[in-house]
Ligand binder design. Structure first.
Ligand SMILES: Cc1ncc(COP(=O)(O)O)c(C=O)c1O
Length: 455
């Protein structure tokens, strides 16, 4: 059942404790040496906790990009069943490349929801998408000595850049707002031609703008990946969640667009965290093509002890990082995939509540003088989903965040996502129906406050 959100509260704005006292906020910010333009998600979480304590205010927390729903019992019951029925399971190391059941279920899920055919050998579980991205980035940036740069289609998930930093790879970024359609192709051609780019990473739907690459763009990207031997890393953390299209019917068009239709140079990462609200169990799969996985690059050997991509991924990537993924969570993900494929579990239906929340929250900000930092999707209206971006006049991201905090609201500054725009990312997953009247009141009061300041 998709929740309906109504705004019924008439509470008086004058009763609100907002704006929170700026001197006290400044004290906390200075004591903790915080730059609001560049604050990380975890630092912001801690700042908001401190402000909430100091002012005894419940913040409306739009800063976390985490699931706001309970997982379907399919996963937990499968894990319990596996543990109960197999007493040796906890004492048995998992295979590094994954249990056959999950590898086969991934093949079927990819066939039914992405309309692609892959081999179970090339479907490898990892400890969440972060782990899958980590190894994919490492391989992409270490096949050839000169191609040690990862190009990000930004804005994006900040942690991926920490990963390239950790791995000692170079990174570059282009902003989706500047390059869509043909201009995206032209820019990629220009950058790929230098030979420096080993991998290209994006998420679609995109965190934080919720824009989605079109099939035409993916086709263009795919051809360029093949031409220049760059690996496309398609982070499908939000697979199927572009609710403008109905991707929920297994085996039926439309299918979630994917790079795999247009090149063999890809890693696709499918995470259980958002689509199955299973973030705590840290399980995802990375999928690739037979052509890429069997390819040899002598330079890989230096880092992975193997020249072949598949073996580098498993024995040089999974083994030294986690030595496999817990088997119970692999069974859980397999069970989710299996029940989604039979149509018994409509996983996208349960996620539509995010669309309803985003639509309403967006309306509240827009009617109160805010605009969307990324206002459309290549000329088409944006979909409503997990995230959207807001801006206000010419306020910097840090200034806008400061005012939001003064009114008991929190979101992350776009600067940390690699965006060239100023604004704040709003994630609607944790703000529930019964908090929307309060959101309406606070945003209304903030608008009045900013208008008085001519902002
Ligand atoms: C684009 C993107 N990729 C990956 C992740 C994390 O996925 P996982 O929990 O599987 O590591 C997130 C979480 O916010 C995300 O937004």
């Amino acid at each position: 059942m998709v929740e309906k959100i109504e705004l019924t509260s008439n509470s008086e704005l004058s009763e609100m404790p907002f704006p929170l006292n700026s001197e006290s906020i400044d004290d906390i910010i200075h004591q903790n040496d915080i730059d609001l333009n560049l604050i990380s998600i975890r630092e912001l979480q801690s700042l908001v906790n401190k402000l909430a304590d100091k002012f005894s205010v419940d913040f409306l927390r739009f800063e976390f990009g985490i699931p706001g729903l309970k997982s379907n019992p399919i996963g937990p019951s499968e894990e319990i069943k596996m543990l109960t029925e197999n007493e040796m399971l906890p004492s048995t190391y998992p295979p590094f490349d994954g249990i056959p059941r999950l590898k086969n279920a991934t093949v079927e899920f990819a066939r039914q929801f992405l309309d692609i055919h892959v081999s179970p050998n090339n479907c490898i579980p990892t400890v969440g998408a972060m782990h899958g991205c980590f190894i994919s980035l490492a391989i992409s940036g270490r096949r050839k000595e000169v191609s040690d740069t990862i190009l990000f289609i930004d804005p994006g998930f900040p942690v991926n850049k920490l990963q390239t930093q950790f791995l000692g790879l170079q990174n570059m970024s282009i902003d989706l707002w500047d390059y869509r359609g043909k201009s995206l192709g032209d820019k990629l051609e220009e950058l790929f031609s230098t030979g420096k780019i080993g991998g290209l990473l994006w998420s679609s739907p995109n965190n934080p703008t919720w824009t989605c690459l079109t099939e035409t763009e993916l086709e263009m990207i795919g051809k360029l990946l093949t031409k220049h031997d760059v690996i496309g890393i398609e982070d499908s953390a939000y697979l199927g969640m572009d609710f403008r299209y109905d991707y929920s019917k297994p085996g039926q068009s439309p299918f979630q667009p994917t790079i795999a239709k247009f090149t063999e140079n890809y890693f696709i990462i499918i995470s259980s965290s958002k689509i199955f609200s299973y973030a705590g169990q840290r399980i995802s799969v990375t999928i690739s093509s037979e052509s890429l996985m069997t390819r040899k690059y002598p330079y890989l050997k230096k880092y992975f002890n193997s020249k072949t991509i598949l073996s580098a991924f498993i024995h040089g990537g999974i083994y030294p990082t986690t030595a496999g993924v817990p088997q119970t969570t692999q069974h859980a993900l397999a069970a989710f995939f299996e029940s989604a494929c039979t149509g018994e579990f409509d996983f996208l239906d349960s996620l539509k509540v995010y669309k309803v929340r985003a639509k309403k929250a967006k309306e509240i900000f827009l009617k109160n003088g805010f605009t969307l930092a990324y206002p459309d999707d290549r000329g088409k209206p944006l979909g409503d989903g997990f995230y959207f971006t807001i801006q206000r006049g010419d306020l910097t991201s840090g200034e806008l965040l400061y005012y939001l905090l003064q009114f008991g609201l929190a979101g992350i500054p776009l600067d940390i996502t690699g965006s060239k725009k100023k604004g704040v990312r709003i994630c609607i997953s944790l703000v529930h129906q019964n908090q929307y009247p309060e959101l309406d009141n606070r945003v209304k009061a903030l608008n009045k406050f900013l208008t008085n300041l001519n902002k």
